[in-house]
Design a protein around this ligand. Structure first.
Ligand SMILES: Nc1nc2c([nH]c(=O)n2[C@H]2C[C@H](O)[C@@H](COP(=O)(O)OP(=O)(O)OP(=O)(O)O)O2)c(=O)[nH]1
Length: 139
């Protein structure tokens, strides 16, 4: 049986203190309450970088230029009902102030604290890539 392939573009926004932005999935959605990287599904005809720039604008109100997106790693995870393929970019430069425009809780998290935030199963293997890049700081 072949699982539906879902292609999601996601981004670790990193602030000047080396903290990473996580967003909490809202009530009523699958995996509600878990903390994820901002991003979303790549729509037909979109390049994943375009998806990310669009989602960051819609969800967080910030403007990101494509050269400020650095590829870091990817998640490939089999959920019960779909196969997720999710490249993860890192972005340290944007214009505007991060706001929660879709009512989601946001948290700026030191890399050594990422494991304190329950994440979707696909995201767990991404954490070591972020601590390798940013260090293990906890406060
Ligand atoms: N944005 C994001 N999505 C993730 C992460 N980890 C993870 O498993 N996902 C999954 C959750 C969703 O199934 C999918 C992202 O889709 P989405 O956010 O555009 O869509 P959704 O399920 O919230 O809502 P819908 O459009 O299907 O109604 O990828 C992550 O770190 N960031």
């Amino acid at each position: 049986m072949s699982l539906k392939l879902v292609f999601v573009a996601a981004c670790a926004l990193v602030d000047p203190d080396g903290r990473v932005l996580l967003a909490q999935r809202p009530e009523g959605k699958p995996m509600a309450g878990l903390w994820e990287f901002p991003g979303g599904k790549v729509e037909p005809g979109e390049r994943p970088e375009e998806t990310l720039i669009r989602e960051l604008r819609e969800e967080l109100g910030i403007r990101v230029e494509e050269p400020c997106l650095a590829p870091l790693t990817f998640a490939s995870h089999r959920y019960e009902t779909f196969q997720l393929f999710m490249p993860l970019w890192v972005c340290r430069r944007w214009e505007g102030t991060v706001q929660s425009l879709e009512g989601q809780q946001l948290a700026w998290v030191k890399p050594g604290r990422l494991r304190d935030y329950p994440m979707p199963a696909a995201d767990e293997p991404l954490i070591p890539f972020l601590t390798e890049l940013l260090g293990e700081a906890r406060d």
